[in-house]
Write a protein that binds this ligand. Structure first.
Ligand SMILES: Cc1cc2nc3c(=O)[nH]c(=O)nc-3n(C[C@H](O)[C@H](O)[C@H](O)COP(=O)(O)OP(=O)(O)OC[C@H]3O[C@@H](n4cnc5c(N)ncnc54)[C@H](O)[C@@H]3O)c2cc1C
Length: 449
């Protein structure tokens, strides 16, 4: 007899959080991922994860509450698309999500910074400056260890692409997946954690249907991010609902690699660089936006600058800013994406920006001096995150398009769900969405098994 178990589709942070939650409740898990390694986009996250009212904030004497986090998230989501119950779930569970990561997986999240659109410092990261890797690899490692134990309750199958949701009488009862050239059926509750569609550049894809003008941009996402979870749930006989598919976050700062300026996948210049005090300068060396504004505001300003022929836009970090994000800068310099100048004169000479402009527009209006070393990169807006996705309730149950009620046997978590961020996601809220809704989905599916 087949032991009932929950099938988690996708091994990024949402799927890993759901899997661990199920195991904590002594349930069985089958984790499937179409790639040969787990981690998805979650391993790439570079700025951090939000939490309001955390231990780390208290240690740093930062006053914050879930209510303040709600207010910032709601302002960013906008009045038309706001879904209060989802934002409440995100914000009220944020401190416990951070505590779960720190306590259960021993992840260091002690560095807290204030990023665009947040009224206080609440984006947590580790000291190494690679929070996505620090968090996700800890969960991967523990799950892989658990999977190798005798009589384990978790099985992980990589290079296993889920093709179809199995349905009986309106309920989801399992999946069909392809692995090693065979198509296999697996039965149980299903949690979709497939990430979303920021790399779906196909001519019949979701971006092409909803935001065709973005096909010309590059992306920061891995090539797995093709909206599979949406397609799977839309193919049900009574399809799932979807929302906000035209809401796509274009990140202002993708690195233009001087060795390959047209590359379709670009490295992200972390939000933390602007958070640390990085400046954005146009081709004449003038600032044109408050750098810690929300991403949509900064992107719009950059697109205006580029559209007016005042590009390229450069991201410039002075000594203090570069020291705060030193590991990032060292990495970007090693990749040839960022250049280090001894001082403003060397920068001016290499870029053709007039030294007088730097003197009048930068040095006199900021704390930057003309003698300090500068770290500089050319940047451009890139497709980064898709706010739209499957319609879910605050219990992470996927809702039917026709009735608006939960589809039995089906949950979703992470970037594949829609509605949590409205028109604009705040930095640090996607890793949080993956953990919070992954845990909620795991709890829900555990209750049903
Ligand atoms: C460069 C970069 C930096 C970022 N920085 C931050 C940050 O600092 N803070 C923040 O909050 N957010 C950040 N984000 C966003 C955040 O990383 C993602 O939104 C989040 O990690 C998504 O997690 P997920 O588990 O939903 O999806 P993912 O981590 O993308 O995982 C999805 C998994 O599903 C698998 N999959 C897909 N389809 C199938 C299928 N059909 N069958 C089987 N498996 C499938 C994929 O292979 C993948 O492993 C960043 C994103 C990028 C790209």
């Amino acid at each position: 007899m087949t032991v009932p178990r929950t099938i988690v589709v996708g091994g990024g942070l949402a799927g890993l959080s759901a899997s661990h939650t199920l195991l904590e409740r002594r349930k069985s898990v089958l984790l499937l991922d179409k790639k040969s390694s787990l981690g998805g986009n979650s391993v790439k996250a570079s700025s951090g994860i939000n939490g309001a009212g955390t231990e780390a904030q208290r240690a740093l004497k930062i006053e914050d509450t879930p209510e303040a986090f709600y207010t910032d998230t709601a302002a960013s989501a906008g009045p038309k698309l706001i879904q209060p119950t989802l934002i409440t779930a995100l914000t009220t569970n944020s401190a416990s999500a951070i505590a779960w990561l720190a306590d259960t997986f021993d992840v260091d999240l002690s560095v807290v910074s204030r990023l665009g659109g947040h009224t206080v410092a609440r984006t947590h990261r580790d000291k190494s400056g690679a929070p996505g890797w620090a968090i996700t690899s800890a969960l991967m490692k523990k799950l892989t260890t658990l999977a190798s134990e005798p009589e384990s309750h978790v099985e992980i199958i990589k290079s296993a692409r889920v093709l179809k949701l199995l349905e009986e009488g309106g309920a989801v009862v399992g999946v069909e997946y392809e692995a090693g050239g065979s198509v296999v059926a697996a039965h149980g509750n299903v949690i979709l954690a497939t990430g979303s569609y920021a790399a779906d550049f196909s001519s019949r894809g979701i971006l092409a249907s909803h935001r065709p003008e973005l096909l010309a941009l590059s992306t920061t996402n891995g090539d797995h991010a093709t909206g599979d979870g949406l397609r799977l749930a839309l193919a049900l006989p009574a399809p799932a609902g979807v929302c906000d598919l035209d809401q796509v976050q274009v990140h202002p700062t993708g690195f233009v690699d001087p060795a390959n300026p047209a590359a379709k996948t670009k490295f992200l210049a972390a939000e933390a660089l602007r958070g640390a005090g990085g400046l954005l300068l146009d081709a004449q060396g003038a600032r044109f936006v408050r750098e810690v504004e929300r991403r949509d505001v900064v992107t719009a300003a950059m697109q205006m600058v580029e559209g007016e022929g005042r590009g390229p836009v450069r991201l410039v970090l002075g000594e203090r800013a570069a020291a705060e994000v030193k590991s990032h800068c060292d990495f970007y310099v090693s990749k040839g994406l960022m250049q280090r100048y001894a001082d403003a004169a060397a920068f001016a000479e290499d870029t053709g920006i007039s030294f007088d402009t730097i003197l009048s527009k930068v040095a006199t209006t900021t704390s930057y001096t003309l003698t300090e070393p500068l770290h500089v990169a050319i940047i451009t807006p890139v497709v980064h995150y898709t706010m739209g996705g499957l319609s879910v309730d605050a219990s992470a149950r996927v809702l039917s398009e026709a009735s608006g009620t939960p589809i039995a046997g089906l949950w979703a978590a992470g970037e594949v769900i829609g509605g949590v961020h409205g028109r604009n996601r705040l930095a640090g809220s996607s890793l949080l969405e993956a953990v919070v809704f992954g845990r909620i989905a795991g709890e829900g599916a555990a209750g049903e098994v």
